[in-house]
Design a protein around this ligand. Structure first.
Ligand code: NAI
Ligand code: MG
Length: 497
């Protein structure tokens, strides 16, 4: 651990918080209180205690941010040469790296996640800004061959003011992966982080400003979904919405966007299958299953929450996963033990409810299934790593997103059945396939309905790989060059010579 990281961790552990955390919205280049002065508390899931206070945004604050973002559309950001915009975004990446230790400690305090995961998220956010910095001056249009009597070409124009609704499981990463391509495309931004985890998006907006992103180009309004989020997505002054969160809220957001015909990208839930075929490397499969469901305590839209396993290796694989799950120690994210807490008390009880109901239905709970506290302090919102075995395709635990450290195991006898099980939920976000048989792997990749398929490494890829869902997992793609298209309007120009 670097000495700087140690310093922030020590301050957080001894005082329960950090000095100098952001308190206001970030609007038009300034930290500002809510118009009505309202505030909310944010809690540390590792202790369940309040550690910071932030502005409770309402429609008036959203109005101010959307106004600033519209003014900024006509300002220097839009007029800047794309390569120059790229240089500014590279500076954002450098500032994220320079502030990585503090950002990671704040992320851990606010979300509960383990410090090493938070450091990974911060590094990923910096990479994201570098990637889109480099893309600014390569986001080119086409010339269209209509013959010698015409000149025809397309222009990529920024869509305008983009709204970003950010969830609590990856507060900084999700903010970065929306804001960086929006800025690269020449758009302006109003982001609304989750009320459970408002701090790192505010810090990111401040770093963007320090890097030279002009005032009004990147704004953050904090507050609840009901007050700030709903006011933002129904605002006629925004031109695009990127929403990441639950299916039900996604439906509300889509409805709110309809009257204004606001474009949107929806990145919703998942119930993603991780398939292990009979010939798979089981050591590799076990490692990947563990990461797929217990990283971030399972609070990942693309978690591998269903293990689909060939009958002949089922018992062997599940026994090994159970043993590894039992060896994971729980603890506050700053101590970076095996698994951190769930993000909120309400969410903990939602997760526990799924397992309680499964147990009552007679489902085999192979390990876990209990609410816990941090063994050092007796505090916090922890849940044991849990494995539910032998689930029927229609089981509630198979069909619904639990969003916690609960692995649901299903068994298949042949590849046809594997595909049917994999596709047998309302979701279509990702799928993982573990096999040494290339032909089987690519047949499954073809037949499974998902936005991305990982072969022999779950979560493989990075910022350059497009990401998004099918079915009730949403539509539109983030990351990669596809995200730049999401934040651009194509204009065709055709001239008769
Ligand atoms: P949510 O979808 O309600 O919250 C996500 C974001 O939307 C937050 O910033 C929230 O303030 C905002 N929001 C809420 N209502 C809104 C509205 N009417 N208009 C605009 N913005 C609004 O999700 P919640 O309640 O935090 O979690 C519920 C479940 O959602 C979880 O148990 C999990 O299954 C799923 N979820 C999925 C995520 C993903 O990565 N796809 C992320 C977070 C939650
Ligand atoms: Mg919090």
């Amino acid at each position: 651990m670097s000495s700087e990281l140690q310093r922030w961790v020590q301050e957080a552990q001894s005082t329960g918080t950090l000095q100098g955390l952001p308190e206001g919205h970030f609007i038009d280049g300034l930290a500002v209180a809510s118009a009505d002065g309202g505030t909310l508390d944010t809690l540390d899931p590792g202790t369940g205690r309040v550690f910071a206070r932030f502005a409770a945004g309402q429609a008036a604050d959203v109005d101010a941010a959307v106004l600033a973002a519209n003014r900024a559309l006509k300002g220097p950001w839009a007029g800047m040469a794309p390569a120059q915009r790229g240089r500014v975004l590279h500076r954002v990446a450098e500032l994220i790296r320079a502030n990585a230790a503090r950002l990671a400690v704040v992320e851990t305090l606010d979300s509960g996640k383990r410090l090493s995961e938070a450091l990974g998220d911060v590094a990923g956010a910096a990479n994201c800004f570098d990637y889109y910095a480099g893309a600014c001056d390569k986001h080119q249009g086409d010339s269209l061959p209509l013959g010698p009597e015409y000149l025809a070409y397309t222009l990529n124009e920024p869509v305008g003011v983009t709204a970003h609704i950010i969830p609590w499981n990856y507060p900084l990463s999700t903010a970065a992966r929306g804001i960086a391509p929006a800025l690269a495309a020449g758009c302006t931004v109003v982001a609304k982080p989750a009320e459970q985890t408002p701090l790192t998006a505010l810090m990111l907006a401040d770093l963007c400003h320090q890097a030279g992103v002009p005032a009004g180009v990147c704004n953050v309004v904090t507050g609840t979904g009901r007050d700030a989020g709903a006011a933002l997505v129904r605002h006629p002054g925004i031109h695009h919405i990127t929403f990441t969160g639950s299916v039900n809220t996604g439906i509300d957001v889509m409805r709110a966007a309809a009257p204004n015909i606001t474009r949107l990208v929806l990145e919703l839930g998942g119930k993603s299958p991780l398939l292990v075929l009979a010939d798979a490397d089981l050591d590799l499969a076990v490692d990947n299953v563990m990461g797929a469901i217990f990283e971030n305590a399972g609070q990942i839209c693309s978690a591998g929450s269903r293990l689909l396993v060939a009958r002949c290796v089922h018992e062997q694989l599940v026994a090994r996963v159970v043993a590894r799950a039992q060896a994971l120690s729980l603890g506050h994210g700053l101590r970076d033990t095996g698994m951190g807490p769930l993000n909120s008390h309400a969410h903990l009880h939602k997760v526990a409810g799924y397992v309680e109901r499964a147990r009552a239905r007679g489902v085999a709970v192979r390990t876990g299934g209990c609410v816990r506290a941090d063994p050092q302090t007796g505090l916090g919102w922890f849940y044991e790593p849990t494995v539910l075995d032998g689930l029927a395709p229609s089981d509630e635990a198979v069909q619904e997103e639990i969003f916690g450290p609960v692995l649901c195991v299903q068994v298949f006898d042949d590849l046809g059945e594997a595909v049917a099980l994999a596709n047998g939920t309302p979701f279509g976000l990702v799928a993982g396939i573990f096999t040494r048989d290339l032909s089987a792997a690519h047949r499954l990749a073809r037949d499974i309905d998902a936005g991305q398929v990982y072969l022999n490494e779950y979560f493989a890829g990075g910022i350059s790989v497009p990401f998004g869902g099918n079915k009730r997992s949403g539509f539109g793609r983030e990351k990669g060059l596809e995200a730049l298209r999401s934040y651009s309007k194509s204009k065709s120009v055709v001239a008769r010579l």
